[in-house]
Design a protein around this ligand. Structure first.
Ligand code: GRF
Length: 200
């Protein structure tokens, strides 16, 4: 199950990996918090896609409850936040323990938040990157599964840097789904370890 808010390029990378047989999984559904291009792409791949807009509910709590119910209805083994640009309530997070993954365009804990790529550029860092992590009750926080550095370039714009970060994200997202679905992730406190076959 994948939650998105935008173009859904991360979602597409996971869908294509499933279709190629690189990832032994089926994407059972895609949900978005707003109408977006990613929903059309999901439909083109034959995946049920729907919107649950915050504006359609009188409180954020009700929206969170509705979203939790919709995701639960799919009984997903894994819930992937792939560019889902809303903070989810603790009740949502607690409904999918050890099964809720987020991808963020920085090397966390550096540059959390919605402007991570711009913040990295403005800070003048020479290396930023991407992080795939399990979600806890804090924003852009939780046990880290994979990170990949992406060097900045002198003439980078937010868009050019984000495009290179997304290339790395698409690889890591597939790796993280495979590791979690394969039972290769061990979490002790705040630290996640990804085991290879022999280490388990
Ligand atoms: C990704 O960079 C993700 O890390 C961030 O939002 C972006 C989503 O892009 N949270 P897309 O919709 O997958 O193309």
């Amino acid at each position: 199950m994948i939650l998105i808010s935008g173009t859904g390029s991360g979602m597409t990378a996971v869908l294509e990996a499933c279709e190629r047989g690189d990832l032994a999984a089926d994407v059972v559904g895609v949900l978005a918090d707003r109408p977006c291009r990613g929903l059309e792409v999901a439909s083109e791949h034959g995946v049920p896609a729907a919107v649950t807009r915050l504006a359609d509910f009188s409180t954020r709590h009700e929206w969170n409850q509705a979203l939790t119910k919709k995701v639960r209805a799919y009984a997903p083994d894994l819930v992937l936040l792939a560019g889902f640009m809303r903070v989810l309530a603790p009740e949502f997070v607690d409904a999918f323990p050890g099964r809720l993954l987020n991808v963020h365009p920085s090397l966390l804990p550096a540059f959390p938040g919605a402007r991570a790529v711009r913040d990295a550029l403005e800070a003048g860092v020479k290396v930023t990157g991407t992080t795939v992590h399990l979600v806890d009750h804090e924003v852009d926080h939780g046990p880290i599964l994979f990170q990949e550095p992406v060097p900045t370039r002198p003439n980078d714009t937010e868009e050019s840097l984000h495009e290179r970060i997304k290339e790395a994200e698409h690889r890591l997202l597939v790796d993280a789904c495979r590791a979690l679905l394969g039972g290769d992730v061990v979490v002790k406190g705040r630290v996640a370890s990804v085991m290879s076959g022999g280490e388990r």
